[in-house]
Design a protein around this ligand. Structure first.
Ligand SMILES: Cc1ncc(COP(=O)(O)O)c(C=O)c1O
Length: 440
């Protein structure tokens, strides 16, 4: 148990602690996920094993919130059950174990993203907070331009609208193609030396399309602009390597990546941090204070005010470890297969309109659709109340896109690798049943 742990000389070196067998950490994956079939991996998700009376849950709202494997739940509860303490130079065993596990999680995120240094990983509550940190903290000047696409989630739109209102920064919007793919020509036409930041999504939460980040970075860097990637939908099933892509800043949320709610990350490259102020000040951000001033601490701590969500971040580390165990390529292949199945069964129906590219291979795990003659909210309600199939209806926090086109809300089914082909079949069968029951 952790209580017998001596404080290691090298604080935070979980590897050394583990090697010496002196600490029992809660991050355990029972058998290597890469050796198990997708059907077997589904058993790792306790929520899917529930045997409730009535219809079993068919969870197709993964773009909102992923489910968690037992390894993540164990990591979280292990912190509370076994060693919950504060990070930092604590003179006791709980503190040492927390420090070790928290630092370990940061290194896991570093490796997951291909970042050069753990201090480039800043923990936040979610993607929204991470993007706001850039909008609030970068060295903006009146006349600067921030550029984003017309397909961004509200969390990558409102911070720039607000910045434009507050500080004379211009917010330029790049229109996407009619099927929502990125329009490189439109992007180039709006790039000039005034653009300080390009902030774009990695994958859309509306249609599932992915933007060509490497090309966007190359073009942006030609005019001296930084690139912030909203990777809220972009870290599961996609190999993101910030080093190889040359990305300057990147945000994602733990809860869309099998991790706990209330966890997020802002990757900020070392040189970019020199231009970025923290959004909050307080404990942890400073090394010393007087009644009239303070000395800011080093990154990442200067950006992480107050005690942190240790259990959550440790759970996030377990989630990313689990994802890598399964394999990004396997995950991508699986969700594409599921999406192809849905597209094949529903795509040709006269009353079903799919949003985004016709080819499911361009839509990742997202199947967003409208049914002629039935409101999206009714379709989602019928799926849920009749068959316990969980989807999401509405404007998916991309209201501006819908509003500019005068389009009605849609229903989004988002597939994860732990969904089964049988679930997708059942979803399609139920949509067809709704069509039969409610003639358009
Ligand atoms: C593309 C995209 N960006 C940003 C966000 C905001 O994420 P969060 O609510 O976790 O901050 C979401 C959430 O759905 C998203 O899908």
């Amino acid at each position: 148990m952790c209580c017998s742990v001596e404080i290691p000389e090298e604080e935070g070196d979980i590897g050394a602690l583990r090697a010496r067998g002196e600490v029992h950490l809660p991050v355990r994956i029972l058998a290597p996920p890469q050796q198990r079939s997708m059907r077997k991996l589904r058993e790792d998700f306790p929520i899917l094993q529930q045997r409730l009376p009535g219809k079993p849950p068919v969870y197709l709202d993964n773009a909102c919130m992923a489910l968690r494997p037992a390894a993540v739940i164990d990591a979280i509860t292990g912190y509370y059950r076994e060693y919950s303490g504060c990070h930092g130079r604590a003179q006791h065993a709980f503190g040492a174990a927390t420090t070790a596990a928290f630092d370990d999680a940061r290194r896991t995120v570093r490796d997951f993203l291909g970042a050069a240094d753990a201090s480039e990983i800043l923990f936040t509550r979610n993607t929204t907070e991470a993007i706001n940190m850039v909008a609030r903290g970068l060295d903006w000047r009146a006349g600067d331009v921030v550029l984003s696409s017309d397909l961004e989630h509200n969390s990558n739109l409102l911070p720039w609208q607000d910045l434009a209102l507050r500080s004379g920064v211009e917010h330029r919007i790049v229109p996407t193609l009619p099927d929502t793919r990125f329009d490189m020509a439109a992007f180039r036409a709006r790039l000039d030396g005034k653009v300080k930041l390009v902030s774009v999504l990695a994958s859309s939460n509306l249609t599932g399309v992915s933007f060509p980040i490497a090309d966007i970075v190359r073009e942006a860097h030609r005019v001296g602009a930084l690139v912030l990637v909203d990777a809220a939908q972009g870290v599961v099933g996609h190999d993101i390597d910030v080093g190889k892509l040359g990305v300057d800043l990147l945000a994602f949320s733990g809860h869309k990546a099998l991790g706990p709610t209330g966890t997020g990350v802002l990757y900020a490259r070392r040189d970019v941090q020199e231009r970025l102020d923290g959004m909050l000040l307080g404990g942890e951000t400073v090394t010393d204070t007087t009644y009239t001033g303070h000395t800011l601490g080093p990154a990442p701590y200067r950006y992480e005010a107050g005690l942190q969500n240790y259990a959550g971040i440790i759970g996030l580390g377990a989630a990313l470890t689990y994802i890598q165990g399964v394999g990004q390529k396997r995950i991508a292949k699986r969700v594409l297969e599921l999406n192809a199945l849905a597209t094949q069964q529903l795509g040709k129906l006269d009353r079903v309109e799919i949003l985004g590219p016709a080819d499911p291979a361009q839509r990742g795990g997202l199947f967003t659709f409208r049914v002629r003659g039935i409101a999206a909210s009714d379709v989602a309600w019928l799926l849920s109340s009749g068959a316990n199939i969980m989807t999401r209806a509405g404007k998916h926090c991309v209201h501006a896109w819908y509003n500019a086109r005068g389009q009605d809300p849609a229903v989004r089914a988002s597939f994860a690798f732990y969904n089964s082909p049988e679930e997708v079949d059942f979803f399609c069968w139920t949509v067809k049943d709704i069509l039969r029951g409610y003639p358009g």
